[in-house]
Design a protein around this ligand. Structure first.
Ligand SMILES: NC(=O)c1ccc[n+]([C@@H]2O[C@H](COP(=O)([O-])OP(=O)(O)OC[C@H]3O[C@@H](n4cnc5c(N)ncnc54)[C@H](OP(=O)(O)O)[C@@H]3O)[C@@H](O)[C@H]2O)c1
Length: 330
């Protein structure tokens, strides 16, 4: 039998409970993976609590947008039994059953190999949050952002994706400004690589004018809304913001002036549908850039399937700093 966190609908609403499933209850897939770890992301917390419409499949449903595990059986030549693989995105934990189970059946085309220099546990400290942060860094690099250009601001810096962005940019030699509301996170953010910390109140009211004094050589934004509008208004000429989040709001009120008078770039990041070739590059770069010290500093804690529901509520209340890893066999 396979232990899994199962979401189900009852008359009273959605319930989340750990159940034992028969192996034939798993969805179809051409690779069967013994899952080692998953993780808890903002999206997972919305799914588990039912506070956001994340699940697009039928109930009962196994959530979890990340997993790492070892191939048990493969119907394709792409992977062999014993290979370690990662899946994030491609609808995992949204359309298709996800990582909160001890085994899962998956599609080979959605999997990437675990890089040699990364352990399974480290891969889930990274998870969708760190993978998305790496995609944001790569997008900035593709648009000529360089470490010697000036300050790069990271918003939502104490969150999972934000703290990974601080770590990556810091390790790559950028001067990182971490924007956060979380006073208790300042020391960790400095240790991770932030040169300077600002209170998120400096950005979350929106810009006073469509264009303000240029402050930022680049930005990684996990927050959206008025925060993103503030950043766009204060980017240097031809600088870019890589935006992936809406933790602070999904609407964006801005003007065309920063785009047509300063040539700034708004770079959208969607980790879910990122092509597999770019995924492999991003995971290899994560393995090459992050050190054991980064992983341990970003890790908040490792929890079991039974602890997921409580941790999801804490995350949505803003009480979790950094990354939560789920040991599905604990
Ligand atoms: N597009 C993609 O592919 C993709 C992938 C991953 C995540 N995301 C999105 O990115 C965002 C961050 O994800 P995550 O997993 O890192 O979440 P998380 O761990 O909950 O972090 C979010 C952070 O945003 C800040 N924040 C929260 N509420 C806010 C508010 N009302 N106003 C301003 N800042 C607020 C907080 O940071 P401080 O306390 O430090 O200010 C919080 O720690 C989410 O919106 C998530 O859905 C998108």
């Amino acid at each position: 039998m396979i232990d899994a966190l199962v979401l189900d609908e009852t008359r009273g609403g959605q319930v989340a409970e750990v159940r034992s499933l028969a192996p034939d209850a798993l969805p179809d897939g051409n690779v069967r993976v013994a899952v080692a770890y998953s993780s808890l992301n903002y999206k997972d917390a919305l799914a588990i609590t039912g506070e956001g419409k994340i699940i697009r499949g039928e109930f009962p449903f196994v959530p979890g947008i990340d997993l790492v595990g070892q191939v048990e059986a493969s119907e394709t030549g792409a992977f062999a039994p014993g290979d370690w693989v990662i899946q994030t995105g491609w609808g995992l934990g949204e359309h298709r059953w996800g990582g909160y189970a001890q085994q899962m059946q998956l599609q080979a085309k959605h999997l990437v190999p675990l890089p040699d220099a990364m352990t399974p546990r480290e891969a889930m400290i990274v998870g969708t949050a760190g993978f998305t942060a790496m995609l944001a860094v790569m997008a900035l690099e593709d648009h000529d952002t360089a470490p010697d250009g000036g300050e790069i601001v990271v918003t939502g810096a104490s969150g999972g994706a934000g703290s990974m962005a601080v770590a990556l940019l810091g390790a790559l030699g950028y001067r990182v400004v971490a924007s956060t509301s979380n006073d208790a996170a300042h020391d960790d953010l400095r240790d991770l690589g932030a040169a300077r910390i600002i209170d998120r109140g400096e950005l979350d009211g929106g810009p006073e004018r469509p264009m303000q004094s240029a402050r930022w050589a680049g930005a990684v934004d996990a927050v959206g809304g008025a925060t993103l509008a503030s950043i766009i208004a204060a980017l240097d000429r031809h600088a870019s913001v890589a935006a992936f989040g809406n933790a602070g709001g999904h609407e964006l009120h801005t003007s065309v002036f920063p785009f047509i008078l300063r040539g700034v770039n708004l770079l959208g990041i969607d980790s879910n549908t990122c092509p597999n070739e770019r995924r492999r590059v991003a995971w290899q770069r994560l393995a090459d850039t992050l050190t054991a010290a980064h992983y341990e500093r970003v890790l908040n804690r490792v929890i079991s399937l039974n602890e997921l529901a409580g941790a999801a509520r804490s995350l949505l209340r803003g009480n979790i700093q950094g990354r939560v890893v789920v040991d599905v066999n604990a």
